[in-house]
Write a protein that binds this ligand. Structure first.
Ligand code: KIV
Length: 289
């Protein structure tokens, strides 16, 4: 055993139980591995995924957790907000992602309207997602959703909480607004503790001020997953089309683009169309005798 730069006890390189990378002992990422990663100060990245190809690619790339987000509403189905997507629309996406991964933990988002009326409704919906292949579910809300989180964890369903800016409540919050400034800091912190106390294994902090997110991360025993919450959270999450530049337009401030897939894909489509017009495709080798 050695002491890490965080002062925590850590294993020697041969026995590092890291989430991925050389020497990992983790075959299938479980919720306990994410909690252990926090304990040894290992940061990790989560991405959304909604289909078999990205799921397999991200799994092979070593992304330890994939979220089949209700952001499929805007990024798959073409809706304007996440409020419009249904359980029936998300279930096949969860099944596809679960079937296409070997190591990553697959988290299914419970969409708006599928868990708010109480623990019984939340349990019924979560069971459907677990039967579709999810390993955990995510739901939005802090103190007001503690009973739902408790009911699911009591039933053996791991829950990822989601607090701060919660898009399903955008009409109550009054738009896309940063959470945790001034007197609101105590509210966000109370939500974080309520989610952890109810048994969640991790919590997403969306558009929370960096200082409040850092404080919550320090105090909570479970991992915090930031999106627009600064650099001090235990993990980060991005919508994959934002991360890879498939979505056009100005991205939110908290997004970093690691590729320009929109240009790559459109150039490929143009090259194909030009080739067909010019008679270059199909060539002899693409046909059958
Ligand atoms: O649905 C989603 O993509 C999310 C992330 C932004 C956390 O909830």
């Amino acid at each position: 055993m050695t002491l890490s730069s965080h002062g925590a006890a850590s294993s020697t390189p041969d026995e590092i139980p890291s989430l991925y990378g050389p020497g990992t002992t983790v075959k299938r990422v479980r919720t306990r591995h994410l909690v252990e990663a926090k304990e040894r100060g290992e940061k990790w990245a989560m991405l959304t995924s909604y289909d078999q190809y990205t799921a397999a690619l991200f799994d092979e790339a070593g992304i330890p957790a994939l979220l089949v987000g209700d952001s499929a509403a805007n990024n798959v189905y073409g809706y304007e907000t996440t409020l419009q997507v249904s359980v029936e629309e998300l279930l096949p996406l969860v099944a596809a992602v679960a079937r296409s991964t070997k190591r990553t933990l697959v988290v299914a988002d419970l969409p708006f309207g599928s868990y708010e009326t109480g623990p019984a409704q939340a349990l019924e919906t979560a069971v459907r997602f677990m039967k579709a292949g999810a390993h955990a579910v995510k739901l939005e809300g802090g103190r007001r959703m503690a009973a739902q989180i408790r009911a699911l964890t009591d039933a053996g369903i791991p829950v990822m909480g989601h607090i701060g800016f919660t898009p399903q409540s955008e009409h109550t919050i009054g738009g896309y607004r940063v959470q945790g400034r001034d007197a609101q800091a105590a509210e966000v912190e109370a939500d974080a503790h309520a989610v952890a106390d109810a048994g969640a294994f991790a919590v997403v902090l969306e558009m929370v001020t960096s200082s409040v997110a850092a404080e919550i991360t320090k105090r909570l025993p479970i991992p915090t997953v930031g999106i627009g919450a600064g650099s001090e959270t235990d993990a980060q999450v991005l919508v994959w089309q934002d991360m890879a530049g498939l979505r056009r337009g100005k991205p939110p401030r908290f997004v970093k683009r690691y590729a320009d897939l929109a240009t790559v894909l459109q150039d490929a489509a143009k090259a194909y169309a030009d080739d067909v017009r010019a008679g270059g495709f199909p060539a002899k080798e693409h046909g059958f005798e």
